[in-house]
Design a protein around this ligand. Sequence first.
Ligand code: HEC
Length: 118
Amino acid sequence: MPRLILVLLAATMLPLGAIVWPGGMARAANVEFTEEFLNDPEVVAAGRKIFRAQCGRCHGLRAYPGKGPVLKPKKYKPAFVYKRVTKGFRGMPAWKKFYDKEQRMSVTAYIMSKDFKN
Ligand code: HEC
């Protein structure tokens, strides 16, 4: 009965995942954005590259209508942007598997910067 075994395996894995997961959440929330980092032109430039490659197609003026909201950085704190980028939210994909912490922080710095264009 391989199917039953699979179901049982999945059931035993679930609590395990719950134990491992809070650690990941704590780490995601624990980033610190210093003024120095947010204003570093190299960081902002790296973030802009990521935004153009991945985010513009859903966000902003050139996006297919309705794909994603126009971003309003004045309403955000860096930690919020970082959290959305890292974990996703409803229609917003999570990028944790695709970009490392530094990259997710740099795209955040770009969105928060005066250079940001939707
Ligand atoms: C497949 C389309 C898609 C892509 C690609 C995408 N997003 Fe999103 N994003 C969304 C949608 C849809 C939402 C709104 C989710 C909701 O609140 O229901 C969103 C929400 C957000 C928010 C929160 C906005 C708010 O006001 O609540 C941020 C910040 C964000 N995205 C940043 C990014 C960044 C940075 C990238 C690139 C790494 C990116 N997104 C790529 C679809 C996308």
